[in-house]
Design a protein around this ligand. Structure first.
Ligand code: 5RP
Length: 263
């Protein structure tokens, strides 16, 4: 692996722990001004220094992220659909590699939609991105997206998606936590991070998801709504970091969350 690729990957997955807490703020690319991300700058500013990497689109990066930040950026480069359109799976590449390089990002992210009528185009987009990424030393993160079909999130389906993403050359795969998650990570020869998915009922649910993912082979999270839709987003991201980087249990994470929230 070339130096540039290794260096960028080391800025996403922290070498000290081999883990990462990525903050996902790309949801607007198909959801519009989703709850608690209506004004991206206000959501991002208090949280960015606690994230190992931030995942926005180019529009939110340019308008809403301070260019003096030292937090590395993994840029969402796929899209072209909306939540009210005919199919969320009908994505293409929205931002060329040259622009990602100009924006000085450390990785690019796109979604694949395995098992949908658009699987072929999204998998070829992944391959194309990987080929370009290899030219520029740019890691590619593949998101095993499920669109509105949240029930698809089981080990059999996610194992298939993650393995295909890795076979096509993704450097990191972002997927969902599920029962039997160890079969997903075992079958995927590149690092996996998990999304949080829609906001869970309690903080403890998010801590248990994170802990379960780490215990079963994930290198971290790329989490959005369960952090910034919390009434206490800073306490939330710090508690998630406690699990990911310090092997805290969900109970210890909750104690930290409560102390920051009340402090
Ligand atoms: C959408 C995405 C989101 O970034 C991802 O779902 C992570 O956010 P959340 O934790 O809110 O699910 O990739 O396709």
């Amino acid at each position: 692996m070339d130096w540039g690729m290794k260096n960028r990957l080391a800025r996403i997955i922290r070498p000290e722990t081999g883990r990462t807490v990525m903050l996902a703020v790309d949801h607007g690319y198909f959801l519009g001004p989703t709850s608690r991300l209506e004004e991206p700058r206000k959501t991002i500013e208090p949280l960015i220094s606690y994230a190992d990497a931030l995942m926005p689109t180019r529009g939110v990066l340019r308008t809403s992220v301070d260019p003096n930040t030292s937090t590395p950026i993994v840029l969402r480069v796929s899209g072209g659909t909306s939540v009210i359109g005919p199919s969320l799976a009908d994505e293409g590449i929205t931002t060329p590699m040259e622009e990602a390089v100009r924006l000085n990002v450390v990785g690019v992210a796109l979604s694949i939609f395995v098992g949908t009528e658009h699987e072929h185009q999204t998998l070829l987009s992944l391959s194309q991105l990987v080929t370009e990424g290899q030219k520029y030393g740019m890691p590619v993160l593949a998101v095993t997206a499920v669109g509105k079909e949240l029930e698809k999130r089981d080990a059999r389906y996610l194992s298939l998606c993650c393995r295909i993403a890795a076979e096509l050359g993704a450097n990191v795969v972002k997927t969902y936590y599920c029962d039997g998650f160890e079969t997903v990570t075992k079958g995927c020869p590149v690092p996996c991070v998990v999304a949080g998915g829609p906001k869970l009922n309690t903080e403890m649910d998010a801590f248990e998801l994170t802990y379960g993912a780490i215990q079963n082979g994930a290198v971290g999270v790329d989490m959005g709504r369960n952090i910034w839709q919390s009434p206490h987003p800073v306490a939330m991201i710090r508690a998630i970091r406690h699990i990911v980087h310090e092997n805290a249990t969900p109970k210890q994470a909750l104690e930290l969350f409560e102390s920051i929230k009340n402090g």
